[in-house]
Design a protein around this ligand. Structure first.
Ligand SMILES: N=C(N)NCCCC[C@H](N)C(=O)O
Ligand SMILES: O=C(O)CCC(=O)C(=O)O
Ligand SMILES: [Fe+2]
Length: 327
C-alpha cells in the first residue's frame, strides 16, 4: 500500500565540520529527537564523506560477489569463527528462515587474550580479507575509519538530542566494537521453491546501537515499518546515508527512541549491494536506561545489558551452522 509517509532527511553538518555553533547543533538535535522518537529511521546528509569512497565500496562489493563460488568460499565463516567472513546465500537466518542474501562480515579485531578468542567463541577469530578485488582491504579499512568518525559525530548529536552533554557517551563508545557488513542480494525470484520464503532478509530490529548504511540505487527493496504498522520503502537518496536506530539506543532511552522493524524484499533484475556499518558500544559497556530518560518515565523497561554478551547471543543465532571447533 503506498504511504504518504516520508522518512526525515537530516543535515548533520554542524557536527561534522569545525563549527562550534551551538544553536545550529541544537537545531539538528531537535530534528534527531523527533526522527528517533517517531520513526527510528532517517536519511543523513552533511556527513562530509567523499562520494567517491561510498561509490567504491559498493562497486568492490559487487565485484567480490561476482567472483566464482570457490573463490568466495575461501573466506567462509566456517573456516574461522562462524562469524567473521563470507556467508553464502541462505546461510544467514532470521526468525528461523533462510535469508536470501550473501554477505561478508568484519568485526573489530580482538586480541588472542580476549575472552571470545580464549573460549573459541563466534567473533573470537580473525577477519578474513579477500585478496580479490585487490583494492578491497585498503578501501574498506579507509571506509571503516570514516564510519567511526561519523559514528562519533552522530552520537554527539544524539546525546544533545537527549538533553545530555555532547560527549556523554564517550565512556561507553571509546573502544567501539564495530561491525561492517557487505551484503549482496540477487533477485529473490531466482531462489528455488523451498528457499523462497518471501523475504530477502526477514523482518528484524538491529541488535546494535545504530546503523549507518549505504545502498546502491535499487528501489523498493529495503522496507521499514511505521508506527501505524504500514511498511514503507527506504529507497536510496543520492549522497545520503540511511540511519537506523537499533536496540541499544532503545534500551538507553528506556523506549523513547525506536528500534524499528525493517526487512528486505528484492524482486528485481538487478543484483543489489549494500554496506551496513554498525556503530557499537564498547564490548564490555553496560547499557541500561539513562537517568535523564527515567525522569520522563520512571518505569524501567529494560534490565542492564552487557553489550558484548548481547552481540554474541545474537550472532550465534544468525546462522544455521554453528560449529565451535574452528582454528
Ligand atoms: N549485525 C548483523 N549481522 N546484521 C544483520 C542482521 C540480520 C538479522 C538477523 N539475522 C536477526 O535474526 O536478527
Ligand atoms: O541490506 C539491507 O538493505 C538491510 C540490511 C540490514 O538491515 C542488516 O544487515 O541488518
Ligand atoms: Fe537490519
Amino acid at each position: 500500500m503506498p504511504s504518504k509517509f516520508k522518512l526525515p532527511i537530516i543535515d548533520v553538518s554542524p557536527f561534522t565540520t569545525d563549527s562550534s555553533d551551538r544553536a545550529a547543533k541544537l537545531e539538528v538535535a531537535k530534528q534527531i529527537h523527533k526522527a528517533c522518537r517517531d520513526v527510528g529511521f532517517f536519511y543523513l546528509t552533511g556527513h562530509n564523506i567523499p562520494q567517491e569512497i561510498m561509490d567504491k565500496t559498493l562497486k568492490l562489493g559487487y565485484e567480490f560477489f561476482h567472483l566464482p563460488d570457490e573463490e568466495k568460499f575461501n573466506y567462509s565463516i566456517t573456516k574461522q569463527d562462524n562469524a567473521r567472513g563470507y556467508q553464502r546465500l541462505g546461510e544467514g537466518v532470521t526468525k528461523y528462515q533462510k535469508d536470501w542474501n550473501e554477505a561478508l562480515d568484519f568485526y573489530k579485531p580482538v586480541p588472542r587474550t580476549h575472552p571470545l578468542a580464549l573460549k573459541k567463541l563466534p567473533i573470537g577469530g580473525e577477519n578474513q580479507w579477500p585478496e580479490k578485488p585487490s583494492e578491497f582491504r585498503a578501501v574498506f579499512n579507509e571506509y571503516k575509519d570514516y564510519m567511526l568518525r561519523l559514528g562519533d559525530q552522530v552520537m554527539r548529536a544524539i546525546a544533545l538530542s537527549l538533553g545530555l552533554e555532547e560527549n556523554f557517551f564517550n565512556k561507553f563508545l571509546d573502544d567501539c566494537f564495530w561491525v561492517m557488513r557487505i551484503s549482496g542480494y540477487p533477485d529473490l525470484r531466482s531462489a528455488s521453491g523451498k528457499d523462497r520464503v518471501g523475504f530477502s532478509l526477514g523482518e528484524h530490529t538491529g541488535d546494535n546501537l545504530y546503523l549507518i548504511f549505504i545502498h546502491d540505487d535499487t528501489k523498493g527493496a529495503l522496507q521499514v515499518q511505521t508506527s501505524d504498522g504500514d511498511w514503507i520503502n527506504a529507497d536510496p537518496l543520492q549522497g545520503a546515508f540511511v540511519v537506523n536506530i537499533c536496540d541499544m539506543l532503545n534500551v538507553w532511552t528506556n523506549n523513547i527512541y525506536k528500534s524499528t522493524l525493517h526487512r528486505v524484499v528484492h524482486k528485481g533484475d538487478s543484483y543489489r549491494v549494500t554496506v551496513p556499518f554498525f556503530y557499537e558500544p564498547n564490548y564490555d559497556a553496560k547499557v541500561e536506561p539513562l537517568e535523564a530518560c527515567l525522569q520522563i518515565d520512571p518505569v524501567k523497561h529494560h534490565e542492564p545489558i552487557i553489550f558484548g554478551e548481547h552481540l554474541l547471543k545474537k550472532v550465534s543465532g544468525n546462522f544455521e551452522i554453528i560449529d565451535h571447533n574452528f582454528l
